[in-house]
Write a protein that binds this ligand. Structure first.
Ligand SMILES: Cc1cc2nc3c(=O)[nH]c(=O)nc-3n(C[C@H](O)[C@H](O)[C@H](O)COP(=O)(O)OP(=O)(O)OC[C@H]3O[C@@H](n4cnc5c(N)ncnc54)[C@H](O)[C@@H]3O)c2cc1C
Length: 404
């Protein structure tokens, strides 16, 4: 027995699921589309708990999906915000080298950015850095003019509004609980009844590997949750930061290192770090989910990753538990910042796909399986790139999913 039928069902009301849904309603307005989200609103997880940065694309390996979709996606995001009156800025950012060994990596980033098609990248010395960010210090800085900021929760609301206006349906408070597949149809059991569908797209973020398994597929990866914690700069010290001040990232990791972000509303935050979370939706230290924890620690890939990166992991936990250590990391960029300038802020949990050999999946990963498509790895800059992720998925998968 099914309660309803549709042509395509999307699981997950984050920025990626919504962007895919929006693109389907644009390209195939006659298809009956349903997006389900387990929370009572869209954007309650990664998409509503991020830094709000419109990334430029400077960091990513030339030719990768991340590089291509971020550069095009950032331009598309700015245009989307302009068209729909969503607050945003294109304020630029500085990436600051504070140690000798970071200078060559900064130059590599400049070359990488240019290879990705960015313009206006410039290396400047400490004096020019001071003209741009008067309180930042460093040996050299890379100026990235096309970086911006917005509020992705507001972007998601607008995506949902447009999907509905185009004839699609967004059903919140509805969790996918089981999936049955046969030759002719897929039945998705949910907390709001069963839906018989012709095609299914899994955009479940932190649960995308479990949804893949629910659909009878082996995802070949495990989602490992990494919490990012922020401090807020107290308003009276907000003037220490004009826009965005970042360190030179460690190229072995997908995380960018703690940095300063002036948010779209004017608040400045510092972070996020990257600590292994003890629950997939574990926003605080005290959030522990035995099942999630067991799922991570019984995975061989987890221990292989831990074996490779345990030093960095210990450092991240130290900065998570000790405000003094967190502030010391920030003082490399902004020596004037003091512990008393910072108060605890929010947090977000990243869904990072991990391979059985302990390698962190670097690029975006979309995996087709018959009339099902699994979006298995869409970490940062996926919010920036969301419109282009939606377009790429629909352009490449529509025929296979029977939409075209
Ligand atoms: C701390 C942090 C900072 C970041 N900063 C940036 C940034 O500045 N710029 C940028 O571009 N990107 C940034 N990112 C990355 C970006 O936020 C994510 O890549 C993006 O939000 C992923 O979107 P998503 O739709 O895949 O996941 P989500 O937003 O997590 O959405 C998945 C949805 O699926 C739902 N779901 C799960 N299981 C089920 C089920 N069984 N049934 C129904 N629904 C289900 C969940 O409730 C959730 O709403 C950051 C991420 C984090 C965590």
């Amino acid at each position: 027995m099914t309660d309803s039928r549709c042509d395509v069902l999307i699981i997950g009301g984050g920025v990626v699921g919504l962007a895919v849904a929006l693109e389907i309603t644009r390209q195939f307005p006659r298809r009956r589309l349903l997006l389900i989200e387990k929370e009572d609103q869209v954007a309650r997880h990664q998409s509503g708990h991020n830094s709000g940065v419109i990334h430029s694309g400077v960091y990513y390996k030339p030719g990768s999906l991340k590089a291509r979709l971020c550069v095009a996606g950032a331009a598309a995001m700015v245009e989307f915000c302009q068209t729909h009156g969503i607050p945003h800025t294109v304020c630029g950012k500085v990436i600051v080298a504070t140690r000798d060994d970071e200078l060559s990596r900064l130059e590599d980033l400049r070359k990488r950015g240019e290879a990705n098609g960015l313009t206006g990248l410039r290396l400047v010395g400490p004096d020019e850095l001071k003209e741009i960010e008067p309180h930042a210090t460093g040996l050299q800085a890379l100026i990235v003019p096309s970086t911006g900021t917005t509020d992705y929760a507001v972007v998601c609301q607008k995506y949902a509004e447009l999907i509905t206006a185009n004839g699609g349906k967004v059903l919140t408070g509805t969790s996918a609980t089981a999936i049955r597949r046969s030759e002719s149809e897929i039945v998705v059991e949910t907390s709001s009844g069963a839906f018989a569908v012709s095609a299914l797209i899994n955009c479940a973020g932190l649960y995308s590997d479990r949804i893949a398994r629910m659909a009878g597929d082996d995802p070949g990866i495990k989602i490992i949750p990494f919490r990012g914690e922020y401090y807020d700069l107290v308003p009276e010290r907000g003037s220490l930061v004009r826009a965005l001040i970042y360190p030179v990232p460690d190229p072995r990791f997908p995380f960018l290192g703690v940095h300063f972000t002036r948010r779209i509303g004017g608040k400045v935050d510092a972070g996020p770090n990257a600590v292994f979370a003890l629950a997939r939706e574990g926003y605080r230290h005290s959030d522990i989910n035995g099942g999630d924890l067991l799922d991570s620690v019984t995975y061989g890939g987890f221990w292989r990753m831990a074996g490779k990166y345990w030093r960095n992991g210990v450092g991240e936990w130290h900065r998570s538990l000790s405000k003094a250590a967190f502030v010391r990391a920030l003082q490399r960029l902004l020596p004037e910042v003091k512990e008393s300038d910072l108060v605890p802020g929010g947090s977000g949990v990243r869904a990072q796909a991990l391979k059985p050999d302990g390698a962190l999946v670097d690029d975006f990963q979309f995996v087709p399986s018959g009339k099902v498509l699994h979006v298995l790895n869409v970490p940062s800059p996926a919010a920036t790139a969301s419109l282009m992720i939606g377009k790429t998925i629909v352009d490449t998968a529509a025929a296979g999913l029977g939409l075209a």
